[in-house]
Design a protein around this ligand. Structure first.
Ligand code: NAD
Length: 498
């Protein structure tokens, strides 16, 4: 039965809102209390194909790829529209995804910032030229790739979408967006802002909601898709790379992490503990890719650190994200709740539980998927909870003897997304920053991201870079146009003829 007065979101294909062809619609429920928030259409491979066809048609039959002025204007307008939506869109982000309202507001502002940054770059996508000889030269031209699929996860649905979408559009591509089926609504509201931006030709942006295994896979395999920009789990990223290999498609992969925060005794202790615990992203129940879920402390400050972590993690207020006093929201779903609780049970066997370690069911919390912020101590480097991405509010504390061992432990996972080092010795900080194999290293802070500075994964945390100039270049091809100048007075070199 369909509840009355509840909104239904639909696909957006070729500039039209359309129902998907799957028979069952999705019911999106608030992870804090199980209440129905909205419905969303659900799609099949046929809808994915229609979206790809619309994108291809718009790419080939509009001036979008050649009109940098329109692209810049469109992105500036979208940034303004997103900012103007703050008060009504943030609560929707919180209701669909669970995160505290302040985090949803910050996410919207970050999305707007990325749109504005790439709006500025849209007219500055320079190539190069080079003189190759007396009568020959090369123009290295940056061109858009064509149809790009953007596949996003549920944890930061809007800011992770804009992180890929803004450079993809700035570079002149057409896109098909597939959000995670758990959180399609805030993305659909943003698509409405795109629909209301006259500079964006219909068909340049398309949006299809459906399962990753069918709709997502089609958006990777279809021959008319030239590039896949994926953010999500490492195992899904590997599967996408395998599927993309057949068509030798370009992929950009932003995947999982198990980031270390390394604390030395000479750090500003109070600040370092607060920052490292906040870096574990307990506020979004640990559901953040860069979350610093491994905290490495030198032996001499271990006991002091554990006491402080017990106090701080144990006193965080857990509750619905819409409640202003909430510091830690729910995990996204029942499946995620069970997964996190299984890891917690493994942790109890592998290490020493300091605080938390259970589901919270007091009063209203019983209606949602709440896990007490959990800290494990004396975690062996090779423990499952120190190696695998839990995506829950679970922190592992490990100790190290010296700088060398700190670097070894920091590097002892398959991931390499981010890391933090806390010390007042800048030389030590820089030595470690160079040794740690990750796309990002923070010194005496955690989690700061900027649209004008690249981020991305080493090792199994990904391929390619997001944000910054590199983030824009990801969405381009480079063409060499070679010119031989006819000059009867001078002989042409034959070097380039082989
Ligand atoms: P997920 O991999 O399960 O899903 C991500 C998206 O991929 C969803 O839209 C899903 O429907 C789709 N998908 C699933 N299978 C697919 C397939 N076979 N083909 C095509 N698409 C498919 O990830 P999730 O659970 O939504 O998100 C959490 C994960 O995302 C965590 O591992 C987290 O670390 C990672 N993440 C990484 C970053 C980063 O910047 N590196 C940022 C946020 C999240």
């Amino acid at each position: 039965m369909i509840a009355e007065g509840v909104k239904t979101y639909r696909n957006y294909i070729g500039g039209e809102w359309r129902d998907g062809s799957a028979t069952e619609r999705l019911e999106i429920r608030d992870p804090a209390n199980g209440e129905l928030v909205y419905y969303c259409t659900n799609s099949t491979v046929e809808d994915a194909r229609a979206a790809i066809a619309a994108a291809k048609h718009a790419f080939e039959h509009t001036d979008w790829s050649e009109n940098a002025v329109a692209r810049a204007k469109a992105l500036y307008k979208l940034a303004d529209a997103l900012r103007a939506s703050l008060d009504w869109l943030a609560p929707l982000l919180t209701r669909e995804g669970g995160k505290p309202l302040a985090i949803s507001r910050a996410e919207i502002m970050r999305g707007a910032d990325a749109l504005e940054y790439y709006a500025g770059l849209a007219r500055n996508l320079y190539g190069r030229s080079i003189n190759l000889g007396p009568n020959e030269m090369a123009i290295l031209l940056r061109e858009p790739i064509g149809v790009v699929s953007i596949i996003t996860p549920w944890n930061m649905a809007l800011s992770l979408l804009t992180r890929s979408l803004a450079p993809a559009l700035a570079a002149g591509n057409a896109v098909v967006i597939k959000p995670a089926s758990l959180t399609p609504g805030a993305t659909a509201e943003f698509i409405r802002m795109i629909d209301e931006t006259p500079e964006i030709p219909k068909g340049i942006v398309n949006y299809v909601v459906g399962p990753g295994s069918t709709v997502g896979a089609e958006l990777v395999k279809h021959p008319d898709v030239e590039m896949v920009a994926f953010t999500g789990d490492t195992s899904t990223g590997k599967e996408i790379m395998r599927m993309a290999a057949d068509g030798l498609k370009k992929v950009s992969l932003e995947l999982g992490g198990k980031s270390p925060s390394v604390i030395f005794p000479d750090a500003d202790f109070g600040r370092a503990v607060r920052s490292a615990l906040s870096g574990a992203s307990l506020w979004h129940a640990g559901q953040v890719c860069v979350a610093g879920t491994r905290i490495l402390v030198q032996e001499s400050i271990h006991d002091r650190f554990i006491e402080e972590a017990r106090k701080q993690a144990g006193s965080l207020r857990v509750g619905p994200g819409l409640d202003k006093s909430t510091q830690v929201g729910p995990v996204i779903s029942e499946g995620q709740l069970n997964r996190v609780l299984q890891y917690v049970e493994v942790g109890k066997r592998e290490a020493e539980l300091v605080v938390g370690g259970h589901r919270l069911t007091d009063g209203e919390l019983a209606r949602g998927y709440f896990v007490a912020p959990t800290v494990f101590d004396r975690v062996p480097v090779d423990a499952k909870i120190a190696q695998e991405e839990i995506f829950g509010p679970v922190v592992s504390v490990l100790t190290f003897k010296d700088e060398e061992e700190a670097a070894e432990i920091a590097n002892a996972t398959v991931y390499g997304l981010a890391a933090a080092v806390y010390t007042t010795d800048i030389n030590k900080a820089m030595r470690l920053a160079k040794k740690i194999k990750s796309g990002m290293v923070w010194i005496n802070t955690f989690g700061r991201l900027y649209p004008n500075a690249e981020m991305g994964g080493y090792k199994q945390s990904g391929l390619g870079r997001s944000y910054g100039l590199e983030g824009l270049r990801e969405f381009t091809e480079l063409k060499h146009i070679n010119i031989q100048i006819h000059d009867p007075g001078r002989a042409t070199s034959r070097r380039g003829d082989e």
